[in-house]
Every structure is written in structure tokens, then in C-alpha cells.
Design a protein around this ligand. Structure first.
Ligand code: CA
Ligand code: CA
Length: 388
């Protein structure tokens, strides 16, 4: 008897020794990867999903749907997980919520690295718990895999870190999660299944009536982040985006950028502006200063027009003359004043010979043309195009 015991002990120690040697020899020291999850979707590759499958499913269809949005909850940016909210017609609760991860590591690596999650319940008493699925049996066949569960024994009411690596794990007897075997450490799980891949890790709430909670509000928990297999999955609130017209100093032109609102103050500090008052949606600056060719009465009279000043209140000052080749006829040089309000423009010309005309119209969206209908002083229509 004692001989057999000794043999078993030696085997166990041998396995342990092999494990430690393997662990230290093979596992490189890796920098931990940090990935952000700002979009909770039942998908492995949703934009902003961070490679995390996030879902809630309940009566009647038990379709997997998004559990909600990431939120700032009690000071931390977190993802929502929930259960016990939607009863069957008989009053029982089989709805559940999951965050699923594909850790892409062996059970040995999972057990040897940080394996924690930061969590708090908003409603309900049951803690967020974990299952891992190990690729036992035929490789890459999930039908014969083995699942272990870890259920935290306490659930503090404020933000706390659950250390799954030091928790006790129980093997599922079947796909329904029946457990009958004694709980074991994660290291023991690793020794039992050494070298095998962990194909899934799930953070879970549900299923069962206890998830409806003592107050009948269901169980809603928030996960700040989870670290497993060398990756930290950090649930974050997606920063809002804003369009800004950014000055390219090399070309002197503005181009449209979509930036985080966090970066907006820095952009504004060096003169960038959001489209609106001073820029069009395409970041064309709403200025009319410069040289224009002003053509009135169906092109019969072509003038030079120089809008020299555009004041912050939209008032305009400039000069001009007829004809547009610069050899202005005596009395046909003029000064102008005007007003720009949005893209509406009014210009009054004051000729040296005492003649005046006022025209009104609109500036086009690329701010290189303006036109209008009848004006005073005999103008029937007009168009001005930017020369420079
Ligand atoms: Ca398998
Ligand atoms: Ca977070």
C-alpha cells in the first residue's frame, strides 16, 4: 500500500517538476497586452469590441443580444452583464449574460499568469463567476471539451478584484453545469490537463431564479476589466468624436479631421475650429476677401472687385472698377462696403461718378462664387467668381 502511495507521490512530484521546468523553460516573459472594449456586442470582431463576445439572452427567443453600453459606473468605465430579468411564463428565470474571451493559451499559461477581474454588483446578490473550456479529447473539437467553473465565495458591495487564479474550480459533469466533484485549485486543473488549450473563458451571470435577486430587480453587474492569458480586456466608454477643421501648416489649408473630444481643447488652442460659424462642413473657411470677377446683367458688365477687409461682424470693405481689365474708365472706379451673414451677402458699390448700386445674393458652398438677382441701380442679375 505504502509502495503504491509512494509511487503516486513520485508521479505527482514528477509531473509537478516537469510542469515547473516546462513552464519556466518554454514560457517567454511577455509584456501584458492591453485591449479596450467600448462596444458590447455578441460578436468576436465588432468594431470596438476588443475581441470580447458580450451578450445577454432571455425569454422568449434566447437570442444573444447586446447587454447594453459601457458606462462610467461608480468611478470606473465598465461593461454591463446581467441576468434574472426576464422570466419564463411559469415565473422562472433562465436568462443569462456573458462576456466570452478566446484566450489562446494553454491551461498551464492561464494558471501561471494573472487571472483577475474587477467587478461590482449594482443589483442582486450573486457574484459574476467564471467558466473555462479546455480542449480535451479530440483537438479543435468542442463537443468533447471539459469545462471548469469558479464561483467567488464572497461578493463585496463595492468595486473589488476577484482573483480567479487562487480560487477553487469545479469540473462540470455535463453541458448543464452539474457539479459533483470536489473543487480543486487552478494549478491542479493545469496539472490534470497539462499542455491543453483553453479555447474559451466566460465571465457569467445566470442562470436560475436566484438571479432575480432578493429585491426582484434581477442581477446587474459591472466589469471594469478582466486580465487573463496575458491580456487585459479593459471596458471603457468610447470617447465621443468631433469633426474639426485642422490647419495644415505646410499647405496653409484646413482639412477635416475626426478627433476625440478629449483632443479638442489642444486643437482649438492652435486655432483649429469645428465646422459652423467660420468653416463649412468641408472645412472651407468662410471668407470672401480676395480678388473677384464681378459680372452683372448677364455678363454685359464685367468688373474687378477686391474685397479687402472682412470684419468679425461680417462687414466688408473693398474697391473695384470697370471694365475688368484694369483700364478703368473715368468715373468707373469704385469703393464698396457690404455685409456677410452666414452665406448671405450684400454689397454696395460707390462709383467715383456718384452712381451706386446694391446687390444681394448667396455665396456657394465652396466659397469661390457668389450670385444673386436684381439689384438697385439697374442691375438685373450678377455673379462673382473668385480670381484669387
Ligand atoms: Ca476537444
Ligand atoms: Ca475599465
Amino acid at each position: 500500500m505504502s509502495k503504491i502511495k509512494n509511487k503516486i507521490l513520485k508521479l505527482v512530484l514528477g509531473t509537478l517538476l516537469t510542469f515547473f521546468l516546462t513552464a519556466f523553460a518554454v514560457l517567454p516573459v511577455q509584456a501584458e497586452t492591453h485591449t479596450f472594449v467600448s462596444n458590447l456586442q455578441p460578436s468576436w470582431n465588432a468594431v470596438g469590441g476588443g475581441g470580447v463576445w458580450s451578450s445577454y439572452s432571455g425569454y422568449p427567443g434566447y437570442e444573444m443580444v447586446s447587454p447594453g453600453i459601457t458606462t462610467l459606473y461608480e468611478g470606473r468605465e465598465a461593461g454591463i452583464i446581467k441576468a434574472g430579468l426576464t422570466p419564463e411564463p411559469d415565473g422562472h428565470y433562465w436568462d443569462d449574460g456573458i462576456f466570452a474571451f478566446k484566450p489562446d493559451v494553454t491551461i498551464n499559461a492561464l494558471a501561471s499568469k494573472t487571472f483577475t477581474y474587477d467587478v461590482v454588483n449594482q443589483y442582486g446578490e450573486n457574484p459574476v463567476w467564471i467558466t473555462i473550456e479546455i480542449d480535451t479529447g479530440e483537438e479543435n473539437n468542442r463537443d468533447d471539451n471539459t469545462t471548469y467553473q469558479f464561483v467567488p465565495t464572497t461578493n463585496p458591495t463595492s468595486w473589488h478584484t476577484v482573483d480567479a487564479a487562487t480560487g477553487l474550480w469545479q469540473k462540470w459533469d455535463n453541458d448543464w453545469g452539474t457539479v459533483s466533484e470536489a473543487p480543486i485549485s487552478l494549478d491542479s486543473v493545469a496539472i490534470t490537463h497539462t499542455g491543453l488549450s483553453v479555447v474559451r473563458t466566460y465571465l457569467r451571470l445566470g442562470m436560475g431564479d436566484s438571479y432575480h435577486g432578493a429585491l426582484g430587480q434581477g442581477t446587474v453587474a459591472w466589469v471594469d476589466k478582466a486580465t487573463l492569458g496575458g491580456v487585459t480586456y479593459d471596458f471603457v466608454v468610447k470617447p465621443a468624436k468631433v469633426n474639426i477643421c485642422h490647419l495644415d501648416k505646410d499647405t496653409g489649408t484646413y482639412k477635416l479631421l475626426s478627433i476625440s473630444t478629449n483632443a479638442e481643447p489642444a486643437h482649438r488652442k492652435h486655432g483649429d475650429e469645428i465646422p459652423g460659424d467660420n468653416f463649412t462642413e468641408n472645412c472651407v473657411k468662410k471668407v470672401v476677401t480676395g480678388q473677384w470677377l464681378l459680372s452683372v446683367n448677364g455678363g454685359m458688365y464685367k468688373h474687378d472687385m477686391f474685397i479687402e477687409t472682412q470684419n468679425p461682424d461680417g462687414s466688408l470693405i473693398g474697391t473695384g472698377g470697370y471694365p475688368s481689365d484694369g483700364s478703368y474708365l473715368p468715373g468707373f472706379e469704385w469703393t464698396m462696403d457690404g455685409q456677410l451673414t452666414g452665406n448671405l451677402i450684400t454689397i454696395t458699390t460707390h462709383y467715383d461718378n456718384g452712381y451706386t448700386a446694391t446687390i444681394t445674393g448667396t455665396v456657394n458652398t465652396s466659397w469661390d462664387s457668389m450670385s444673386g438677382g436684381n439689384g438697385t441701380g439697374g442691375v438685373t442679375d450678377w455673379i462673382a467668381t473668385r480670381v484669387q
